[in-house]
Design a protein around this ligand. Structure first.
Ligand code: FE2
Length: 270
């Protein structure tokens, strides 16, 4: 597939700063931040998401972790994210790829893919993954791959009771996360409730814990790549679903001799 990446991205640091180049896309515009993660070495999905986010007028980017693992382009995805110069947080697959520890306790398919992934990256790339931070505060919100209560335990938030633990440690109004590969929105406004992952306005007096979904291996039954846009001026979060060249991704997985089910599951969005 012909690469279809976006024009060069404005480089941002921490906290998010306006683009340095006055002619760069979005310079001086209200911040429109693309939050994308759980890429899992799916280059076709990543390129499709970046192209869409550019079309959507995004002028800042945050990577939510799990750049690698499962699919066949870990080095390409790592370098593409790295060259963007955007904030990146660490996911569990980034950590497991960076380390040399045994993967015995992991499910066999994930372990096979991680072992393969370790061999695809050089020492410098693995060191870069190892040094990623678990949690970052950007503007007035927080980003974490799993949860704020124990980020390095990689807990999964699959219901409002799981979300309650996170809210105890969430000191910003909004926190974005990933990890489950399922876009979700939890709101704390007296009690904690879950609402559909559709467009949502951040209202005063409530807290929000928002899962931005997965670029490279969605698990909510929809095969299309998922990411979120946070429009800071309008306090609006929008979820995007983007088609990509899934056949190419599947072919690469098979050609790399990765477990075939990793190709099959992409089509099912599981
Ligand atoms: Fe993941």
């Amino acid at each position: 597939m012909q690469a279809s990446g976006p024009p060069p991205h404005p480089t941002i640091g921490t906290p998010v700063q306006p683009a340095a180049d006055p002619g760069a896309q979005g310079s001086g515009d209200p911040r429109r931040i693309a939050l994308f993660g759980d890429i899992h070495a799916n280059l076709e999905a990543l390129e499709a998401v970046l192209a869409d986010s550019a079309e959507q007028g995004c002028n800042d980017y945050i990577c939510m972790g799990d750049i690698v693992g499962y699919n066949a382009n870990p080095a390409d995805c790592l370098e593409k994210v790295r060259e963007m110069g955007c904030p990146v947080i660490k996911g569990n697959h980034d950590e497991d790829t960076a380390g040399n520890h045994s993967l015995e306790s992991m499910n066999p398919v994930a372990a096979t893919a991680l072992e393969w992934t370790r061999g695809q990256l050089d020492d410098e790339q693995r060191t870069w993954l190892r040094r990623l931070r678990m949690v970052r505060q950007i503007e007035d919100f927080t980003v974490v791959h799993s949860t704020l209560d124990q980020p390095s335990n990689w807990n999964y938030v699959t219901n409002r009771f799981d979300a309650m633990s996170n809210f105890s440690y969430q000191f910003t109004q909004v926190c974005f996360h990933g990890h489950t590969h399922v876009p979700r929105v939890y709101i704390k406004d007296g009690k904690v409730r879950e609402v559909p992952a559709e467009s949502i306005v951040i209202e005063p007096g409530s807290k929000y814990f928002i899962n931005v979904g997965s670029v490279g291996q969605p698990r909510d039954g929809d095969w299309r790549a998922c990411y979120a846009i946070y429009d800071l001026a309008h306090k609006l979060v929008v979820f995007r679903r983007i088609e990509y060249d899934i056949e190419t991704t599947q072919r690469k997985i098979r050609e790399a001799d990765l477990p075939p089910m990793l190709a099959e599951r992409l089509a099912d969005g599981r």
